[in-house]
Design a protein. Structure first.
Length: 642
């Protein structure tokens, strides 16, 4: 219908089009009365009003309006409540030390909520179901495959910080290369689907690309998280030995920062691939900025991977992850803003009324709402078709309102009120029930599996589990390291053994390249008046700041000098590497104000009748079985040769 009467119009100071006199230009989206001086340059970002949510700035990292841009304002509240419930569930699983439940919530919460968002907003109906299934399936397969393959590259060095002998090439490989390859694999499904659709004549919308890219990235992340953390299930239902802080950091990384940044980065890649500019304008710089921000989001994840492997405090690492996630979220909002402002829009019909789902005013049917400035394409195609068809508003008095109708105020249109079918938002019960049932089933399944796989205590019976006396190469036959000042000397593994040895000014680093892997360091440092226990704790804090001491080594000796030793455990957090429990053995003795240190670290592997020296031992580190001869090969300057 054509509304009767006349509407005041004004010339837009930017696009120079004659548009209804409202708060925003319906053609270009700029604020008509926000600038005191005319500005003829094309609108670029409009930072004060987000095109998918009125009342929000572009640079405000609002989660629901960024990840669920099709949803109108009132529909975001149930999704926000579910996100809060998910965070509370993550915290509860960490505090109660229930890793299996935490894994399920962390991996599935956001992907499942995104699927429900597609249904609630109608965005899922805009894209062929087969395309959505293909994106999710490819993301899942690539996520599982990537973790299985990349784990082979980091299995021997993961959990060993840079301060324990990791060279620069390990930082490049485990810190940058592997996370970056993972992010590239994450967006491959989006690129493939775009190539498959290249020959079709169907119109493209930026938010369709966002949906496909975010869905593929969330599927990739969920599959990778489940595969990466699956070994925890074998440790039992309750992680008695693991610190709560470590579990909290893990669930926040895997359930908050990783899926949010993955969805944002994947969505930006999708927007870049689906963005279509109007044929009569030159918007190449807009596309260039969108592509640049999408690439920057992928590279940020690589930088965070380097942070993970350096070996800093977990709380500092978590803070950096959160800062990076906020940065990526702001990038997503900028990309959404640019795309919705500058992409090719639907044909405008300023004489036709259209109900805005965000401010709930009836406004002229144009590219942007004249009342709140939201882009019309910030709603699904199905919603737009309905509101332009059977749900097109009519002037009040044209007909009697029906049971499902509601009176809405008009804006920049003739007459004061309009009749249209009432807008419906997703009910909290509907959302929580579907999200909660699936998540509860997954949590119960993983918890039951963990209960079944809870390891049984190993029982020793001697005989036959008596072990054998240790044998090996005599220490006198091993090469020795001596620094330039001759302050000490120590034996180290010879060439051709299972070690890759490097030397430094103060000692030897031997990387164990067989079995479980690990690193052994034999080095010195000035005691500066400190005792052996003080030196031990300082080294442990420097290398593994979040480690938990398991026990003190009784009667520890280094170079046959009475000293001090500790065995500690650490659970390094990494957004790309697999789950690992690291065992650390440190022994220190001080003489002549020079501390000699034997340091061993590697994957925790419980000794038992089928692994280890045979008799019971609390070392639980394969490398520890070979350390003894090197520990007692230390000589201070002036000691007799041994």
């Amino acid at each position: 219908m054509t509304a009767a009467g006349t509407v005041s119009t004004t010339d837009c100071p930017r696009c120079e089009a004659a548009v209804p006199d409202g708060n925003f230009c319906g053609v270009c989206g700029c604020g008509l009365h926000r600038d005191t001086k005319p500005n003829r340059s094309p609108i670029w970002l409009r930072p004060m009003v987000f095109t998918a949510a009125p009342g929000q700035g572009v640079l405000q990292p609002r989660l629901t309006s960024s990840l669920f841009p099709h949803l109108p304002g009132r529909s975001r509240k149930p999704f926000l409540v579910v996100l809060i419930v998910a965070v509370l569930g993550l915290m509860a699983s960490a505090i109660l030390r229930l890793p299996a439940i935490g894994i399920a919530i962390a991996a599935l919460s956001l992907p499942l909520l995104f699927v429900l968002y597609l249904r609630a907003s109608g965005a899922g109906a805009d894209i062929a179901r087969g395309t959505l299934v293909l994106a999710a399936l490819m993301g899942t397969v690539l996520g599982v495959g990537w973790v299985l393959v990349s784990a082979q590259f980091v299995v021997r060095t993961y959990g060993v910080p840079m301060t324990v002998g990791l060279a620069l090439h390990h930082l490049v490989q485990e810190g940058f290369l592997i996370p970056t390859v993972g992010m590239v694999l994450m967006v491959i499904p989006t690129a493939i689907i775009r190539l498959l659709a290249a020959g079709r004549a169907e119109p493209r919308e930026s938010l369709d690309g966002f949906v496909i890219g975010a869905l593929a990235a969330l599927a990739f992340g969920a599959a990778a998280t489940l595969t990466r953390l699956a070994p925890q299930i074998n440790t039992g239902l309750i992680a008695h030995a693991r610190p709560v802080k470590s579990l909290v950091v893990e669930v926040v990384l895997c359930g908050v920062t990783v899926p949010i940044s993955a969805a944002a980065a994947g969505g930006m890649v999708g927007i870049a691939l689906w963005f279509t500019r109007p044929p009569d304008t030159h918007r190449d710089r807009v596309r260039a900025v969108i592509v640049f921000l999408a690439a920057a989001a992928l590279l940020i994840h690589g930088a965070v991977g380097a942070v993970d492997i350096i070996g800093m405090s977990q709380l500092i690492m978590l803070t950096l992850h959160l800062v990076m996630t906020v940065a990526v979220l702001v990038m997503l909002r900028i990309v959404l803003q640019l795309a919705l402002l500058h992409e090719q829009h639907d044909p405008i019909r300023p004489d036709q009324p259209l109900l805005c789902t965000h401010c709930e005013h009836v406004v002229p049917d144009m590219a942007f709402c004249a009342a709140c400035g939201v882009a019309t394409r910030a709603s699904s195609q199905r919603s737009r078709r309905r509101r332009r068809g059977v749900a097109r508003p009519e002037a009040a008095g044209a007909r009697e309102p029906g049971a499902s109708d509601r009176i809405y105020p008009g804006f920049a249109l003739p007459d004061g009120e309009y009749i249209a079918p009432a807008l419906h938002s997703p009910r909290m019960r509907w959302l929580l029930s579907r999200w909660g049932v699936v998540l509860a089933a997954a949590s119960a399944s993983l918890a039951g599996l963990a209960l079944v796989l809870t390891p049984k205590l190993a029982h020793y019976t001697c005989p036959p589990d008596c072990g054998k006396p240790p044998t090996g190469t005599p220490v006198m036959a091993l090469p020795r390291f001596q620094p330039a000042d001759g302050g000490f000397s120590v034996a180290y593994p010879p060439p051709g053994t299972a070690y890759a040895v490097t030397t430094a000014a103060n000692g030897v680093t031997a990387r164990y390249i067989a079995g479980d892997g690990g690193v052994m360091q034999l080095f010195s440092e000035p005691a500066n008046g400190r005792s052996a226990p003080e030196v031990t704790r300082a080294i442990l804090k420097r290398t593994y700041p979040d480690a938990t001491v398991a026990y003190q080594i009784p009667n520890a000796m280094v170079g046959y000098q009475p000293g001090y030793g500790e065995v500690a455990d650490d659970w390094p957090q990494n957004s790309t590497a697999g789950y690992s429990r690291v065992r650390v053995v440190i022994m220190v003795a001080v003489k002549n104000d020079l501390a000699l240190v034997a340091f061993g670290t590697g994957p925790y592997h419980a000794f038992g009748p089928d692994f280890g020296p045979g008799p019971p031992s609390g070392a639980n580190l394969e490398l520890a079985q070979d350390m003894a001869k090197y520990v007692n090969s230390f000589n201070w300057k002036g000691d007799p040769d041994r």
